[in-house]
Design a protein around this ligand. Structure first.
Ligand SMILES: Nc1ncnc2c1ncn2[C@@H]1O[C@H](COP(=O)(O)OP(=O)(O)OP(=O)(O)O)[C@@H](O)[C@H]1O
Ligand SMILES: [Mg+2]
Length: 495
């Protein structure tokens, strides 16, 4: 029998249907994948299961019995735990304190003191179950993201969760951390735990999933077995057509120098970095998480202080002390963390697309709402942002569509140098191709495109030249024809 069944689930937001008659059964001990394009409804299903949203129609059964999940505590008491992408840990508390937060073990007796010894021992046991020997007394803020995620899983186990839900858990992990998470999931599955797993990384789904339920536009298409489903078939099911080229790279001829960085010294680094980017090429920055790629871009952009060095844009030296100077000099910076740096979540799409270039939407010194709307409509069309409601606040778009809004904002700046940091994280396969086509167009229009990405196939598939960074240094400068996964990995680990 299924551990969890959803029958005829429906959900709408202010009259717009986002889930329609969803039927889903999750078997005990399986990793059940939810797959679908950006905005298909995956996170909404999950939020219904965790009590963050309530369903409008349908029934949920647990072990055959109907249940109601009206609030998060209901889900927890049933045995459903969720590991959110934005982790919910308290940074300055210890691992054990976090694991037992909200269900602390008290000593018997008058004063009901906390039984720290019990909680630490139990935490150590739980971490061991996950194949970890993280010290339960160490502070959570001393751990990397990957380890913090494991602490969240330990917390779920301490609450006796039987079903663990993960929404794009690997999107902010390094390759190594992701690998560790996947093997942890595998071993917990062997111990009988059940998972609902959302990811846009199809190779990962192939590796970890048992069955896949495919969603399109809020409806269920089909549930299939992973073993008998190829990656191409997955794409077909989710997009509704096959995708013959995941990396639509165009051939360009290298033009004049667009950006030259000379002896740049980042805050707290002892290295001096120099590189040049040209018109007519896509320049990739590869490297392991923490190699300093994002810091370098932030420093160039004026979002981090620069200790030394010069920056030239189309041959002219520019002084950049803050992002405003960079924008004036023609830079666009599409940040990796769209929620923190890229989007105003409470503001509409109209506001978000115009905000980096208000000068262009003024008439007689006042903001022209008409112009702002036109701009928003234009990018909604070009980037296929869904839903195409320009008045919806940033918060109400799905993760991948939020990323498209951030890209739209920068396209509307007349920038000549585009820096994309992890541009397709959380974006579905079909929309990725749209983003790549857009990069091609930018290059063709004479802009310079720089991509920072941890996704090696993306770097190899789209870049004309690749710089590899390791520990704050540039360790390789490779032409497309010389670049392979092996060469890049070697340079990324210091050569
Ligand atoms: N609070 C809300 N108000 C209005 N619309 C919403 C709200 N939450 C979600 N939606 C809409 O519901 C639809 C499904 O969104 P959901 O977040 O479930 O997509 P998703 O499949 O998780 O996509 P992604 O892969 O981009 O994360 C989207 O069109 C989204 O804009
Ligand atoms: Mg989502």
């Amino acid at each position: 029998m299924a551990l969890l069944e959803m029958k005829g689930i429906g959900k709408s937001f202010s009259g717009v249907t986002v889930l329609k008659d969803i039927n889903l059964d999750v078997r005990r001990g399986e990793v059940h994948v939810l797959l679908g394009e950006n905005g298909a409804g995956k996170s909404t299903i999950i939020k219904i299961l965790t009590g963050a949203y309530t369903k409008d129609q349908g029934e949920i059964r647990w072990d055959g019995r109907p249940i109601e999940i009206a609030k998060p505590s209901d889900a927890i008491s049933i045995g459903i735990a969720t590991i959110y992408q934005e982790l919910n840990l308290i940074p300055h508390l210890s691992v054990a304190e976090n694991i037992f937060l909200g269900h602390e073990k008290k000593k018997r007796g008058r004063y009901s003191l906390l039984d720290r010894k019990y909680m630490q021992d139990r935490s150590r046991e739980l971490m061991a179950k996950l194949g970890q020997n993280i010290d339960p007394t160490c502070l959570v803020n001393s751990l990397g993201v990957g380890q913090q995620q494991l602490v969240e899983i330990a917390k779920a186990l301490s609450l006796n969760a039987e079903l663990i839900i993960m929404d794009e858990p690997t999107s902010s992990l390094s390759a190594q951390e992701a690998e560790q998470l996947l093997s942890t999931i595998e071993s917990l599955r062997e111990q009988g735990l059940t998972f609902i797993y959302v990811s846009h990384r199809l190779e990962e789904i192939k590796r970890i999933g048992d069955r896949i339920t495919v969603l399109r536009d809020g409806t269920k298409i089909e549930t299939v077995d992973v073993l008998t489903t190829s990656i191409d078939r997955m794409i077909e099911l989710m997009v509704g057509r096959s995708l013959n080229n995941k990396y639509p790279k165009k051939e360009f001829t290298r033009g004049q120098e667009a950006l030259r960085v000379e002896n740049l010294k980042m805050k707290g680094s002892s290295q001096h970095l120099s590189f040049t980017a040209y018109q007519g090429e896509i320049l990739g920055f590869s490297g392991l998480v923490g190699a300093g790629r994002t810091e370098l871009m932030k420093t160039i952009f004026g979002a981090e202080p620069k200790e030394d060095g010069k920056v030239y844009v189309f041959g002219e030296e520019v002084t950049i002390r803050q992002p405003r100077n960079a924008i004036e000099a023609g830079f666009a910076f599409i940040t990796e963390d769209r929620k923190m740096e890229g989007l105003f979540l409470d503001q509409s799409l109209v506001f978000n697309t115009s905000i980096a270039n208000l000068r262009e939407v003024k008439s007689n010194g006042l903001l022209s709402h008409m112009k702002m709307k036109e701009i928003a409509e234009k990018y909604v069309g070009e980037l296929q942002i869904r839903p195409n409601n320009i008045n919806l606040p940033g918060r109400n778009f799905s993760g991948g569509n939020q990323q498209k809004v951030v890209i739209a904002k920068w396209l509307f700046t007349n920038a000549r140098i585009f820096i994309f940091d992890e541009p397709t994280r959380g974006i579905d396969v079909g929309a990725k191709v749209e983003v790549y086509n857009l990069m091609n167009e930018l290059v063709e229009s004479g802009a310079c495109v720089i991509i920072v990405s941890s996704d090696l196939p993306e770097i190899l598939g789209m870049c004309d030249r690749i710089l590899v960074m390791s520990e704050g240094r540039i360790t390789a400068d490779l032409q497309r024809s010389d670049a392979t996964q092996e060469v890049i990995m070697k340079a990324a680990t210091g050569g």
